[in-house]
Design a protein around this ligand. Structure first.
Ligand code: 4HQ
Length: 232
């Protein structure tokens, strides 16, 4: 092995959430093969006092609780001293939107990523200085950063060499990442009166390729014109 597994560490109050989603399927296989490592780190032991408190009321008032900086700092320090070189990311709606270009960039950040998955109304502002980057998975509000962390991990994991069974699909993917997928069909040839387009049955791979490119472009123009404008 040239450069070791890509490591995904997560600081979280709910480490159990990271068990079943990564057991089966593509990521499960990648873990078994030693291509990736997914390791949650419980924040609770770093909490303050006998109650291992990790949150507190916001200065200035307001509803909800905010995560205190000290437990997070201690957890980050502990993980970083055991695993130097991790790229630290805070999952937050205020971060850079996660798109395939960012996913590709993160896929190259060896030895790996340390994702901070918060709870409550968010983290004390001083936590921002302790991470390298803030990332959002989309403009909606969730109850915790765990699902965003899992989304990021899955997207990055599948770009690690050897994770996708078929290396040709990586190249197809970089072409298609900025376009919506073309229509796909499998058997039967006719289902509820709808036939598979004849061209896909023709065996003419040149024509099929052109048809698919046109479909992908048309579909993107109709549904997601913003993807075409965001040029590259
Ligand atoms: N969060 N993309 C964690 C999100 C979110 C998102 C809300 C982050 C709750 C505690 N994170 N806080 N969207 O909704 O990343």
């Amino acid at each position: 092995m040239a450069s070791g597994a890509m490591e995904f560490h997560i600081i979280t109050l709910f480490p159990e959430m990271f068990e079943s989603p990564f057991r089966g399927g593509m990521t499960g296989r990648a873990i078994e093969q030693g291509i990736i490592i997914v390791k949650p780190h419980h924040l609770r032991p770093f909490g303050l006092g006998n109650y291992k408190q990790v949150d507190d009321q916001p200065y200035g008032g307001g509803s909800g609780m905010v995560m205190r900086p000290e437990p997070i700092a201690a957890a980050l320090d502990a993980v970083m001293s055991e695993h130097p070189g991790l790229w630290r990311i805070l999952m937050t709606p205020q971060g850079t939107p996660l798109m395939q270009e960012k996913v590709r960039e993160l896929a190259g950040r060896k030895p790996g990523l340390l994702l901070l998955a918060g709870r409550y109304e968010g983290v004390d502002e001083r936590v921002r200085a302790m991470v390298d980057e803030e990332i959002s998975i989309g403009d909606y509000v969730l109850s915790g950063g765990e699902l965003p962390a899992m989304v990021l991990i899955e997207a990055v994991a599948r770009l690690q060499p050897g994770v996708l069974g078929n290396p040709a699909s990586i190249e197809e993917e970089s072409f298609s990442a900025d376009l919506l997928e073309y229509p796909q069909y499998t058997r039967p040839e006719e289902f509820r009166g709808v036939r598979v387009p004849e061209i896909l049955l023709s065996g003419d791979h040149g024509k099929i390729r052109t048809w698919r490119e046109n479909q992908a472009r048309r579909r993107t123009e109709e549904r997601r014109p913003d993807l075409l404008k965001r040029g590259k």
